[in-house]
Design a protein around this ligand. Sequence first.
Ligand code: BMA
Length: 315
Amino acid sequence: MSQPIVYPKSKEMIVQRYSGNPILTKEDIPAAAKGVYNSGCIKTKEGKYVMICRVETPSMKQLLWPADSTDGIKFKLRPEPIKLPDTEEFKQYTTGMFYDPRVTEIEGKYYLVFACHSGHSCRLGLMESKDLVTFEWKDFISETDNRNGVLFPEKINGLYARLDRPNTSDGRAYMWISYSPDLIYWGKSKALATTQDEWGWKKNGPGAVPIKTDKGWLVIYHAVNVQCAAQYVYHLGVMLLDLKDPSKIIARAKAPILSPTTNYELNGLSYAVVFTCGAVVEPNKEVKIYYGGADTVQCLATAKLDDLVDACFNR
Ligand code: BMA
């Protein structure tokens, strides 16, 4: 008689891909585009979902393009991307490449942190919005060679807090944390995650906006290993940071929660990439994780918040 196959717990998928993936492709953009991916997303108090899409044009410019949804699955892009300043100073530090936007609500205002690329490498930029309709450019908020900035949704010990990913001189990169009294001047920086299992030895950095739980700040982050000499593989992992001192890691999952295995994650403008810039926690504690597939399409996956927290300790 055949025996039922029992899989070990560590092989259980706690993250489920949405069956209709990808949820956005270049066909959904109201302009010529090569891809739409790594978009930030937020659910407002009124229950509307606003995605800030990373759109790549045929000439490899990157645009930040808002999209709206009532169910968090079907998104419609607005007619125009977000307008950015046309000043000489702004142009000195950008060459039309704005990407990997994260949207955080803090004390009733929305903030967008994103990468701004130029001949001076990459800096973080900040925009503010009262309503997610108009967006006001604030300033560059990092030195050069830093990307993947994401703001915590509340002040910690009286200061704004941010995770980011400066590059290191040996070609690796790690997640750091910094603090600010005003969102413009940042300091008290500490390297947060300087070691990583095999699947993330090359780089790790922040992903979605940290989620506050009673066990700590849940961070869904990206981690990179290099396979076959040149192939970068981007995974998603989870870790928990101390609520009062988020420079302390309480626990961290030993295995990734999502790795590129489907066609839309393995093949695209890049290969083998899953990369998140946004997650939404629903009232029933389901987490919608929005992620880019292969630097080409926008995807969605879901998980139970409790499973993600448990994974930090047990996976
Ligand atoms: C990272 C970022 C992401 C991108 C990833 C894989 O460094 O630039 O935007 O998805 O590389 O190419």
